[in-house]
Design a protein around this ligand. Structure first.
Ligand code: MN
Length: 716
């Protein structure tokens, strides 16, 4: 492929387009886009010295190699116009319509990245790519082609910028191209990145490949001839291509510790046939003539890769003792292998349907896309989100199989639990065990590439909280966490319903009679709750008592029942207001001595009215279902008895001191006595305060004395 041509002509592009687009109107739009871009970029030059228009032209040309639709190619021509030229969105829309303009806007947004640190830059970049992809995957395909041309002309920019751009291409764009299945672009981006990031390694491999090229070419040619003869003999129409391994893929293997001479698949053939059946027929014939290398056979036809790649892979001992890696696939599979998602472009459909097609395919067929969307639904910071996408979705993946042969893509370090959740949340939640390659393994087992995993489930089993620490994928963690929050919620709802039912029974009110639409509406209005479930939840978690809820309705009934008079708060001359009841005996409990302002709760005593306790009084714990909501009457000025224990670290008698202090803040002392050992006197003070506010002030003042260790309110 000739790179960095500046003698490219529009006619060259048009010729490529004509091979797969025959609609006159569409061709017209493409022409118009080219002319518009040429005019707008007139007078602009690239760093490499050529006229700027050659860049968008090259991008459009690369787009034709993946058979992009006319809107995408037009947007390819226009992709830098909004950003770099004097052209408004409105003007572009007027000429090219909304759809093309939106694509251009998408690409423009991607290149406008604000950052201060490297990390923020990456986060911003990733987010935009991911958002762009979920809106219209064509934006990302244009971006990939844009970057590919920029990488081809990277020599023109300063060295430090070269490295930044190469890193970006290798870390972000190549993995995305890989997951979209666009092998052609992925592979070239990788090779170009390596050339700028590790020039020594790149040129070393290139040179070694070159040295052995003539010998290899002859061997490949001979092998190709033998295979062709074999297939013709058995009437299998086919095409054979010798194929070059990319320098980056060789580098990757060297990096994993292999020696150059050990890299089997330096010699490679690709056989294209018409049908899936012929793939297997061809494979059988080849294996019968050339001995296959054990464990090197892979059937991606029956079990496609997550990026939709299909092919048979085998390595055989070929002629002259050379090992050959052979790929066998149909023409259709080959198209998908090279162009991935882009091979789902459908030209016959018109307008918006094209977008829908490639976009739906992306959303439905690509696991990584689902994983990203899954993650984006979880609550996490942008940084966590981006890290999860980069580390768990785009990079370092392993591929495991279900017993039926479906491929499950997982982050490195994933466990059988991650695997189970990836199949389905329900499978994950009911997992009890796992069998990997016919061996029982613990749930914390670290899965390896190509493991066959069988998950054992049990209908009534539920996740363990422990799992959160075991699993690898953030998405799995979040699913387990949400199981627990959801589950706690369900428990509360169930409990709330139970409490309400019991309370209704006690008050001899029929459950179905009470739970009617009008009552639910009234209760929701009064309590600001959402619905019946929410009412149960808030009884269950203790925010409301069953009686409190029932009383909301009873209170309503008061309006029509003349014998109970509804009294406004200000008219009551009691300390405590019990919701819905006005003539009832109320006493303050003398175990915890509540004072005005304390959080309180009422307890229905047997035959002795309502006792009011402080909310945290330990005497209350046993009596939960006999409690009811009560509140302080703010219109009463009274003093409340309270008793304090003052612990000191002193043997001197400070009684007088204390009385003086207490009186000085206007608290009435009823009695004070000393207790405890001689060297550390404890004082018990009984006094009357106006409320919690005054009491807190008192405790604070007493604490100011140096000899005071602590002050506490007594609770019996
Ligand atoms: Mn560009």
């Amino acid at each position: 492929m000739s790179k960095n041509r500046d003698d490219i002509k529009f006619e060259d592009i048009l010729e490529k387009v004509n091979k797969y687009i025959d609609d006159e109107e569409q061709i017209k739009v493409i022409k118009k886009a080219y002319e518009f871009a040429r005019e707008k970029h007139d007078g602009q030059y690239r760093k490499s010295g050529e006229a700027y228009i050659y860049h968008p032209m090259n991008v459009a040309l690369i787009l034709t190699t993946v058979c992009a639709d006319y809107e995408t190619i037009s947007a390819g021509f226009l992709h830098d116009v909004l950003e770099d030229c004097d052209c408004s969105t409105e003007e572009m829309e007027e000429y090219f319509g909304k759809s093309i303009t939106k694509l251009v806007q998408g690409v423009t947004k991607l290149s406008k990245i604000h950052f201060s640190t490297e990390n923020e830059y990456l986060i911003d970049y990733y987010k935009k790519i991911i958002v762009g992809m979920s809106e219209d995957v064509r934006v990302i395909i244009i971006k990939l082609c844009d970057r590919l041309h920029n990488m081809r002309t990277l020599w023109a920019i300063p060295e430090d910028r070269q490295k930044v751009k190469a890193h970006e291409a290798l870390d972000i764009l190549a993995p995305i191209a890989h997951h979209l299945g666009i092998h052609k672009i992925k592979s070239e981006l990788e090779d170009l990145s390596l050339r700028y990031l590790k020039p020594d390694v790149f040129y070393d491999i290139a040179e070694k490949l070159n040295k052995t090229k003539i010998e290899r070419d002859k061997t490949v040619y001979d092998m190709q001839k033998e295979v062709t003869d074999l297939l013709i003999e058995y009437h299998i129409p086919h095409e054979i291509k010798g194929r070059a391994k990319s320098i980056y893929s060789i580098y990757n293997k060297l990096d994993k510790g292999k020696k150059f001479s050990d890299i089997y698949d330096l010699l490679a053939l690709r056989i294209l046939v018409k049908t899936e059946q012929e793939c297997y027929l061809a494979l059988g014939l080849i294996h019968s003539k050339f001995r296959p290398l054990p464990k090197r056979f892979k059937d991606y036809v029956a079990m496609p890769k997550p990026n939709m790649y299909q092919s048979l892979h085998t390595t055989v001992f070929g002629i002259d003792g050379y090992l050959f890696e052979i790929q066998i696939r149909t023409y259709e599979m080959d198209e998908v292998a090279e162009n991935g998602i882009a091979s789902h472009w459908s030209y016959k459909e018109n307008g918006s349907k094209i977008t829908a097609n490639i976009q739906t395919t992306t959303e439905q067929k690509l696991q990584f896309f689902k994983s990203i969307i899954d993650l984006s639904h979880d609550k996490m910071s942008s940084e966590e989100f981006v890290n999860s996408v980069r580390d768990e979705v785009l990079n370092n993946n392993i591929y495991c199989f279900t017993p039926k042969g479906d491929v499950i893509e997982l982050p490195k370090g994933a466990t059988p639990i991650d695997f189970a959740y990836k199949i389905h949340t329900k499978v994950g939640e009911t997992t009890v065990g796992a069998i990997v390659n016919n061996n029982i393994v613990p749930l914390s087992y670290e899965l390896q590439d190509n493991d066959i995993v069988k998950i054992n489930t049990s209908k009534n089993s539920t996740p363990s909280k422990e799992w959160i620490n075991i699993v690898k994928a953030t998405a799995t963690k979040n699913k387990i966490k949400s199981f627990f929050t959801k589950n706690e919620r369900e428990i509360y709802i169930e409990r709330g319903k139970y409490i309400l039912e019991k309370e209704l029974r006690k008050q001899k009110i029929g459950f179905n009679e009470f739970i009617n639409e009008t009552n639910i509406f009234t209760i929701c209005q009064d309590t600001k709750l959402d619905d019946l479930e929410d009412i149960y939840l808030n009884i269950g978690n203790g925010k409301f008592t069953g009686n409190g809820i029932i009383n909301i309705i009873n209170k309503q009934d008061d309006d029509v029942t003349p014998k109970i008079v509804k009294i406004a708060d200000k008219d009551i001359d009691a300390d405590i207001i019990v919701s819905g009841i006005d003539k009832v005996k109320v006493n303050l409990a003398n175990c915890c001595n509540p004072v005005f302002g304390d959080p309180i709760v009422g307890y229905i005593s047997k035959g002795n009215g309502i006792k009011v306790h402080r909310l945290h009084c330990h005497n209350l714990e046993m009596l939960e279902d006999r409690t009811l909501d009560v509140k302080w009457n703010t219109n009463i000025n009274k003093r409340y008895m309270t008793s304090l224990l003052i612990h000191t670290n002193d043997s001197n008698n400070h009684m007088l001191d204390l009385i003086k202090l207490i009186s000085s803040i206007n608290v009435n002392v009823d009695g004070i006595k000393t207790m405890g050992k001689a060297e550390k006197i404890i004082y018990e003070v009984e006094c009357y305060v106006t409320g919690l506010e005054q009491l807190n002030k008192l405790i604070l003042s007493i604490n100011n004395y140096e000899y005071v260790e602590k002050v506490e309110r007594t609770m019996r």
